[in-house]
Design a protein around this ligand. Structure first.
Ligand SMILES: Cc1cc2nc3c(=O)[nH]c(=O)nc-3n(C[C@H](O)[C@H](O)[C@H](O)COP(=O)(O)OP(=O)(O)OC[C@H]3O[C@@H](n4cnc5c(N)ncnc54)[C@H](O)[C@@H]3O)c2cc1C
Length: 476
């Protein structure tokens, strides 16, 4: 009996992590390279448009393909080889960051780049070229990918590396799944001598002093990140709590080797003394502008009175703060939330970020959580990073604010692109075609379109994000 048409595969509702965008798609779950190749070839024959999905941790519509087919990659998550001497791992794309370090940490290796959650898959990470709190030192994950295998809808099976077809390699990295399915990733990990980092916190009373402290610490820190109060205006605009962290040298932490055990990396059960199970409910009570202003005030005050003395913290606890509270997003129910994360060149950071905060406050649509990070330029064809800063802002979405929020983000994107800034597809819900056109420029977009023509001549690949911003097309 012939197999049933792909369009008649089981269907379900998929959402973005911010759960204000969702759609119904058919889905299939390949378990091998052969399965992937067969689905791509059948999709091409049957005229079905498909998009890949890892853990669905992208905030907006980057891993949605409403009305089409989702290739759910989570069942291809095996470690294919692990070289504990050199710290090189080869894995299928469905392996999560958590499964990765759980396998390698006891041997003294940590992923060189991790996101703020441990749940993304390696496929999703390379497709978005994720960054961590250390981009200014280590770059994106693309800087550590030694090799990858790609199957294109056009039928190519290729192994790519910085020296084997570099044009395609650096376009697939950060190419948001529009050039084919990544089926194997070879990654260089980072040697660590302790399961902990040395961490220090301090506060900065203004945006200017925050940026100055970042510049001051880029040389002597391995990680830098700040939580920014986006609600306070006037003299306290952009005040923040900064965390900096460094790796520990061999022998520096007496318990370092014992702490390499994954069992020691469990996330604490409390946040600021509050059991994590009730944090979403508590946050929900404060989920209105004045309530979140109070939360931001308390957090800032705690950082002012808190000690600036360095302390030791496990890698997982330092990196995966948002995983402490698995259901934190429920505090944004029922409308969900978006994250808007502009990237701004260093020289323009102070005026542009000031303008962004002021405009959002004037509009009465404020970000409840703001996070600032520092970056260096990236080698991928369509980078979000540049020599500068990003400010990630979480905005609640309600029936009442939605149109105004989208309008505000459009205005902010004009300010950002005017200053030579960029955006990150994994965090986007609001960009317009003109925003990506300005952010990446015609030359990069034409080169990407040419690679699309080669890899996907019949236009099989689609995500709602790529279609919304006009990047599922070839004619540029
Ligand atoms: C709480 C939280 C914190 C975060 N913090 C950060 C952060 O600090 N830094 C950062 O960079 N990101 C961060 N992110 C975003 C996240 O890292 C990215 O969205 C990442 O891509 C998610 O991986 P995923 O497996 O869920 O992929 P999905 O979201 O499911 O998919 C992402 C993209 O990858 C494509 N894709 C998936 N698998 C494949 C494959 N095998 N081959 C080709 N394409 C594929 C999809 O088509 C889609 O375009 C955060 C997300 C959350 C929810």
């Amino acid at each position: 009996m012939p197999p049933r048409p792909l369009a008649q595969s089981p269907r379900k509702v998929f959402d973005g992590f911010g759960f204000c965008q969702r759609s119904v798609s058919a889905f299939v779950q390949p378990r091998s390279v052969e399965d992937v190749a067969a689905v791509l070839s059948r999709a091409s024959e049957e005229g079905v448009r498909l998009g890949m999905r890892g853990s669905g941790r992208s905030y907006g519509d980057a891993a949605l393909n409403g009305g089409g087919l989702i290739l759910d990659m989570r069942h291809m998550g095996r470690v294919l080889s692990w070289d504990a001497e050199r710290g090189v791992i080869e894995a299928e794309p469905g392996l999560t960051i958590r499964e990765l370090w759980t396998r390698t940490l006891a041997d003294g290796w940590w992923p060189p780049v991790v996101s703020g959650t441990a749940w993304p898959t390696l496929g999703g990470c390379v497709a978005m070229n994720i960054h961590g709190k250390n981009h200014f030192r280590m770059g994106g994950i693309s800087d550590h990918v030694l090799e990858l295998d790609l199957i294109t809808p056009g039928g190519e099976h290729v192994t790519l590396s910085p020296t084997r077809d570099p044009e395609l390699f650096f376009a697939v990295l950060g190419g948001f799944g529009m050039l084919g399915v990544v089926t194997r990733i070879k990654l260089q990990l980072k040697r660590v001598y302790s399961g902990r980092l040395k961490v220090q916190q301090f506060h900065t009373p203004t945006l200017q002093s925050q940026l100055e402290r970042f510049e001051q610490h880029t040389q002597d820190s391995d990680y830098l990140v700040s939580w920014v109060d986006c609600i306070t205006s006037g003299a306290g605009l952009g005040r923040a709590q900064i965390h900096r962290a460094t790796y520990l040298h061999e022998g520096e932490d007496p318990d370092g080797v014992a702490m390499l055990s994954p069992a020691k990396q469990d996330l604490p059960g409390h946040i600021m003394g509050v059991p994590k199970s009730i944090v979403p409910k508590l946050l929900k009570l404060f989920s209105f502008n004045l309530g979140m202003q109070a939360v931001n005030l308390v957090k800032y005050a705690a950082s002012v009175v808190g000690s600036t003395k360095p302390y030791l913290q496990g890698h997982a606890a330092f990196h995966f703060l948002l995983d402490y509270v698995p259901e934190f997003r429920q505090s944004y129910a029922p409308g969900g939330f978006i994250q808007y994360q502009p990237f701004v060149p260093k020289e323009a950071a102070l005026p542009v970020l000031t303008e962004i905060l002021r405009r959002s406050q004037r509009a009465g649509i404020v970000s409840y959580l703001g996070v600032l990070k520092r970056y260096r330029p990236d080698r991928v064809l369509l980078p979000h990073a540049l020599d500068g800063y990003s400010l990630a802002m979480d905005f609640p979405v309600t029936a009442a604010n939605k149109a105004d929020l989208w309008r505000l983000c459009g205005e902010l994107s004009d300010v950002v692109t005017e200053a030579g800034g960029r955006f990150y597809p994994a965090k986007d819900s609001v960009l317009r075609p003109q925003d990506v056109q300005r952010a990446w420029g015609q030359d990069r977009l034409s080169r990407f379109a040419a690679l699309r023509r080669r890899a996907d001549p019949r236009g099989v690949l689609r995500t709602e994000w790529a279609e919304r911003v006009g990047l599922d097309v070839f004619d540029r």
